[in-house]
Ligand binder design. Structure first.
Ligand code: BES
Ligand code: MN
Ligand code: ZN
Length: 490
């Protein structure tokens, strides 16, 4: 499926179907809508009335070779453009069309930015066209070949084309992440994540990768991470990707939780909660997706991607509730619940990340079920020790239409993770506030002067039902677009 921006008049395009937008509350006597009226042989108003089409976002009115789409309120378009574009893709999917022209919809002309608009429409179309077909032949083949975004008078097709190209680079990265999350855990062992990292490193001379095996991880004294890995038959891999441009303005370390399957370990999960736990490496998938995008976008920021990959399995070798381990920063942890394993892997990964002397450390993790209880399935939680950093991440998330809300690292709750016989316990002594105490646990592994933010993506990483018109079930690639957008603001 190619998407190309083109200068021209949308109504004179020689394609299977032309797609134009009408705003809610737009004046139906304006020149363009009058032309649409002629184009439909005078049926526009009658049909609109019959179908109650008022231009509300996502409404559609179809005249076989002309589709009229509701754009919602004009002032609201920037917030709904991806959603509207996704619905267009959904509509086209059922039709025997191979070529389409879509109006380069815009906000009012003052705010109009052809690059951003082109990028948003293309992102949504590409995300919507995603299919995971490794294990099942797709029901519907994608027969759409050419999509043209038509820039009318006064709108810059070249800029729109730049936006489309940006979207393609980003969505390639998102697709990497979605495929990794969707692949069953039987085929997505830590070694497979490492192989993927090695493949991505080959995409750019600026990317290098180092992979450490169990023995080498032991030498690094990452015993909290190893405590999780000891119960699994599959071998752990510590993965360190480095993207180094010629001149770097800043250094960033991005840490992704990479538990390729979370059974809970000896504190085993009930069957229902285990069903989707192949998604517990979604943080690491976002890191790998980010690097795939970095290979093509080449920003002037040095980026380290760190993944402490392992399975969490019960076995005769598995860590027991009550066991105490010493993490790489010498803090001891009483492991009272082996299902709170993500924070154990991240603890050592964060210590390792800080050795790269980064200006910022950001971790992404499907860390707590409590986060899904608090914020639902679409919203991630951000917690950090530097409010500018958290704010800039949230601003990038908003631009990407990824949801991120701040939760507090409330210091007084630190007593809930104190242990009588070790420096820390890995679960809270309270039933409540589980996302916050997990964040506070991670903070114990962050140096005093290190700017850091933790993003709990347990909700949005994996969609059990479609999350948007352009984001279907399964792995969402959450975080890739936001992280890249954020890196570009540094
Ligand atoms: N991977 C889970 C969290 C999770 C839950 C991710 C739902 C995605 C969807 C994590 O390792 C976990 O099991 N957390 C426990 C922590 C508890 C034992 C303190 C939880 O949330 O129940
Ligand atoms: Mn767990
Ligand atoms: Zn987990």
């Amino acid at each position: 499926m190619n998407i190309t921006a083109k200068k021209g008049d949308i109504l004179t395009q020689d394609v299977d179907i032309r797609i134009v937008g009408i705003y809610e509350g737009e004046n139906w006597e304006n020149d363009f809508i009058l032309r649409l009226g002629e184009e439909t042989g005078g049926k526009l108003k009658v049909n609109a009335k019959k179908k109650e089409f008022e231009g509300k976002a996502g409404q559609m009115l179809n005249f076989s070779d002309l589709l009229i789409v509701g754009l919602g309120k004009q002032t609201n378009l920037s917030a709904s453009l991806r959603e509207v574009s996704g619905s267009i893709y959904g509509f086209l999917q059922g039709l025997p069309v191979t070529s389409v022209a879509i109006e380069l919809f815009g906000e009012d002309d003052v705010k109009f930015d052809a690059k951003i608009t082109g990028q948003k429409i293309a992102e949504a179309l590409l995300l919507a066209s995603y299919q995971f077909d490794t294990y099942k032949k797709p029901k519907q083949k994608n027969i759409l070949e050419e999509i043209y975004l038509i820039a009318e008078d006064g709108r810059d097709a070249n800029k729109a084309q730049k936006g489309i190209e940006k979207a393609e680079m980003l969505i390639d990265g998102v697709t990497v992440a979605r495929d990794l999350v969707n692949t069953p855990a039987q085929d997505m062992k830590p070694t497979r994540l490492a192989q993927t990292a090695e493949k991505i490193a080959k995409m750019s001379p600026n990317i290098k990768v180092r992979v450490y095996n169990r023995e080498q991880i032991e030498k690094k004294k990452m015993n909290a991470y190893l405590a999780v890995a000891q119960g699994a038959d599959s071998e752990p891999r510590l993965i360190h990707l480095t993207y180094k441009p010629e001149k770097a303005k800043k250094i960033v370390a991005v840490v992704g939780k990479g538990v390729t399957f979370d059974s809970g370990g000896l504190s085993i999960k009930p069957a229902q909660y285990m069903e989707t736990m192949k998604c517990d490496m979604a943080g690491s998938a976002a890191v790998l997706g980010l690097f795939a995008a970095l290979a093509r976008t080449n920003p002037n920021i040095e980026v380290h991607g760190i993944i402490a990959a392992t399975e969490n399995m019960p076995s005769g070798k598995a860590i027991r509730p009550g066991d105490i381990v010493r993490a790489a920063n010498d803090k001891t942890i009483e492991i009272l619940n082996t299902d709170a394993e993500g924070r154990l892997t991240l603890a050592d990964a964060l210590v390792y990340a800080q050795k790269q002397k980064p200006d910022y450390v950001v971790d992404l993790a499907t860390l707590t079920g409590a986060c899904v209880v608090a914020l639902g399935e679409e919203i991630s939680a951000v917690m950090g020790n530097d409010s500018d950093l958290s704010k800039s991440l949230m601003a990038a998330a908003e631009k990407s239409d990824e949801q991120m809300w701040e939760m507090p690292l409330y210091g007084k709750y630190a007593k809930l993770i104190e242990s009588d016989i070790a420096d820390l316990r890995n679960i809270s002594s309270s039933r409540y506030g589980g996302t916050l105490t997990a964040g506070l646990f991670l903070k114990e592994f962050i140096n005093e002067d290190q700017k850091w933010a933790h993003i709990d993506i347990a909700g949005p990483a994996f969609a059990e039902k479609p999350m948007a018109s352009y984001l279907g079930k399964g792995g969402t690639g959450f975080g890739v677009r936001t992280l890249l957008g954020w890196i570009e603001t540094l």
